[in-house]
Design a protein around this ligand. Structure first.
Ligand code: KIV
Length: 263
């Protein structure tokens, strides 16, 4: 398998090919996704929600994201691997952002970092790019700002959003995640920008699409409401619960291990 590089990812838009993106946090899952031909793997700070069981992404540390990203990169042959810069390194200014991003690239060998922020943080994005660090932008809903916004809402401030996306493109981001914005707005942004847009809750007209691995697979501890922007393609919750119950029954009833599993 030939490795996807930054120029190849950027060329998807001109070639009219959708960029298929999933989050991932560990070696076996990353291998499966890479073998399935997912183009871009994101070690997102959604790690805090779906792996660590937290209600926000804010507590994810740089060491934690590096720990998970290293496993993912080791598993991958083809996909382009991007790692989230965790809170508060996007917010601390250029020096701290470069320090964090450089640690990510040096210690994991990932291909790029993702940076949450709009017009207000464009100068930090420009500094990262100037330091030779490829940046995937992230505009629209920015979960690292949850304490300010008070919740995960669809973003409807059209004028601000356009200022954000144009500033992030100008700063040198190679592509941009658009999270939870109206379809029409995402469509306009996608035709306005030269760089690819990757939607999540942004309708069908983006240049690519991202979903959180656990949401796609229904890999969750209890029956919770599936957010409107998610399409669940499997029900791992039921598959895992049934398998584990069957195992427990077999052990309790002395059915497993039997002669086949014994030496
Ligand atoms: O942290 C993450 O997984 C993300 C995606 C949902 C885009 O930012």
């Amino acid at each position: 398998m030939t490795k996807l590089t930054l120029p190849k990812i950027k060329a998807f838009k001109q070639e009219g090919r959708k960029i298929v993106v999933l989050t991932v946090y560990d070696y076996p899952s990353a291998r499966l996704l890479d073998n399935a031909g997912i183009d871009l793997l994101l070690v997102g700070d959604s790690l805090g929600n779906v792996v660590q069981g937290k209600t926000t992404t804010l507590s994810v540390t740089l060491d934690e994201i590096i720990y998970h990203a290293e496993m993912v990169v080791r598993a991958v042959e083809r996909a382009f691997v991007v790692v989230d810069i965790p809170f508060p390194f996007c917010q601390l200014g250029s020096t701290e952002a470069i320090r964090a991003a450089a640690r990510i690239l040096k210690e994991t060998s990932a291909d790029a970092v993702k940076f949450e922020g709009g017009e207000n943080r464009a100068s930090t994005i420009a500094a990262l790019v100037d330091a030779g660090i490829p940046v995937l932008g992230h505009c629209g809903l920015r979960p690292q700002e949850i304490r300010q916004t008070g919740g995960y809402f669809v973003q409807r401030q059209h004028e601000q959003l356009f200022q954000d996306i144009t500033a992030v493109e100008k700063a040198g981001a190679f592509a941009m995640v658009l999270e939870c914005i109206e379809t029409e707005l995402a469509q306009e942004a996608t035709s306005l920008l030269r760089i690819p847009t990757i939607g999540i809750g942004a309708g069908p007209f983006c240049d690519g699409q991202v979903l959180v691995f656990h949401d796609l697979l229904g890999y969750k501890p209890e029956q919770t409401r599936t957010p409107k922007h998610v399409k669940q393609y499997a029900d791992l919750q039921t598959i895992i619960s049934n398998a584990v119950k069957n195992y427990a029954d077999d052990v309790r009833n002395a059915v497993f291990p039997d002669a086949k599993n014994s030496f």
